[in-house]
Design a protein around this ligand. Structure first.
Ligand SMILES: *Cc1c(COP(=O)(O)O)cnc(C)c1O
Length: 392
């Protein structure tokens, strides 16, 4: 039997939608979790008589529950789940055609840059790095061939804030598609479609999954027209999220609210600690009132999120800093319950050529923190002792 469950169209509170949104109850058995439909194909009752599913690349009930959930959370028409964030971006960028150009914000994720610079260039789809923090500069970058803008706010790793409403408005005046990578904020903190975006993409590997145990991507389309196009690409190119991973993601999303409340509380404490430490040269965190992105971020997001980057002053050895950390783990990725640290210029952003890194301010001294949900005193203690140990 096909299991459709109840479909809740909207809740007043996102805290409730995280738990009950999409398809939350299995109608056939009453199970309060969506079953893992580990099947590739579905019986047809006769020629052309499907029960709603035919083949799991095209549609799978577990994946569908996740897709309905994320569409509801982001306020879009439909959602699509992919095997990674980059697979989701690949599908969305596949809406472009040879000869088209996309504007990307200057701090995009390194893999997004590599996808455009080294893969989509084969198909004559090009990009320009645009300063989306500055709407006038952005408008000046819109040449005849520009068809889309892909931005992150806050953008990784300098946590630069883009005024999504303003950029979307300018972009739409020029007929561009507005794509926002909302990985760093999630719909719990920021809902780009309500700010003017046409498509939202996620690396669900990060906060949505939240436990560093699944690699996944999501795309959400605002309109039926865009949803139909993405559905076609998803089925045609096939980078879909498997049923078990879809289940894990639904499970992760249920606790997104409580996790993020603690993450953000800890991040704010860590940012305050770093900005008042005498060894610290700069702190980038849009949740600090002194941050240049604070006001705009506040106008479009619930708070400053979780990601922080900072630099130590001369006289501190950053290699030593990384080696001295005991609790905070040196690793790529972010958004899990455990605190992670990374070195953007040699890790997450290494695929961006050095001269571009320098130009946009990704220095070799930059340290990026993904603050976890451990006891804040343990996190601060670890930062303190690692800074002390790194003094030359
Ligand atoms: C990690 C990340 C991606 C890529 O996602 P994967 O799931 O690793 O493919 C894209 N955008 C941002 C902002 C990310 O942090």
């Amino acid at each position: 039997m096909k299991t459709k469950g109840r479909i809740f169209m909207s809740y007043k509170s996102i805290d409730t939608a995280l738990i009950h949104g999409g398809i939350s109850i299995d109608e056939r058995t009453g199970a309060v979790n969506v079953p893992i439909y580990q099947t590739s194909t579905f019986k047809q009752d006769g020629l052309g008589k499907m029960r709603g599913y035919e083949y799991s690349r095209t549609g799978n009930p577990t994946r569908e529950a996740l897709e309905k959930l994320i569409a509801e959370l982001e306020g879009g028409y439909a959602g699509f789940a992919f095997a990674s964030g980059l697979a989701a971006e690949t599908a969305v960028l596949s809406l472009l055609h040879s000869g088209d150009r996309v504007l990307i914000s200057s701090n995009v994720y390194g893999g997004t840059f590599r996808l455009l610079n080294n893969v989509f260039d084969h198909f004559n789809i090009t990009y320009t790095i645009s300063d989306t923090e500055n709407p006038e500069a952005f408008e000046n970058d819109i040449t005849f061939d520009v068809k889309a803008v892909l931005l992150e706010s806050p953008a990784n790793p300098l946590m630069t804030v883009t005024d999504i409403r303003k950029i979307a408005q300018i972009a739409h005046e020029h007929g561009l598609l507005v794509i926002v990578d909302n990985t760093f904020m999630t719909p719990y903190l920021q809902r780009p479609i309500s700010l003017g975006a046409d498509i939202v993409v996620h690396s669900a590997t990060k906060y949505l999954g939240g436990h560093s145990d699944v690699v996944a991507g999501l795309a959400i389309a605002k309109t039926k027209e865009l949803a139909d196009k993405i559905a076609f690409v998803q089925n045609s190119t096939g980078g879909v999220l498997p049923p078990f991973d879809s289940f894990l993601l639904i499970r992760g999303i249920k606790t997104l609210g409580v996790r993020l409340d603690r993450h953000v509380e800890n991040a704010l404490a860590a940012a305050n600690f770093l900005s008042s430490h005498s060894a610290v040269k700069s702190v980038h965190y849009p949740g600090l009132e002194t941050d240049k992105g604070y006001e705009i971020n506040k106008s479009q997001a619930k708070n400053g999120g979780v990601m922080i980057s900072f630099e130590l002053k001369d006289g501190y050895d950053i290699k030593k800093f990384f080696e001295s950390l005991e609790l905070i783990t040196l690793a790529e990725s972010l958004g899990g319950v455990e605190s992670l640290v990374c070195h953007p210029s040699t890790m997450t952003h290494a695929s961006i050529p050095e001269e571009i890194r320098k130009k946009v301010g990704i220095t070799d001294g930059l340290i990026r923190l993904s603050i976890g949900i451990e006891d804040i005193n343990d996190i601060l203690e670890d930062l303190k002792q690692a800074i002390n140990s790194s003094k030359l």
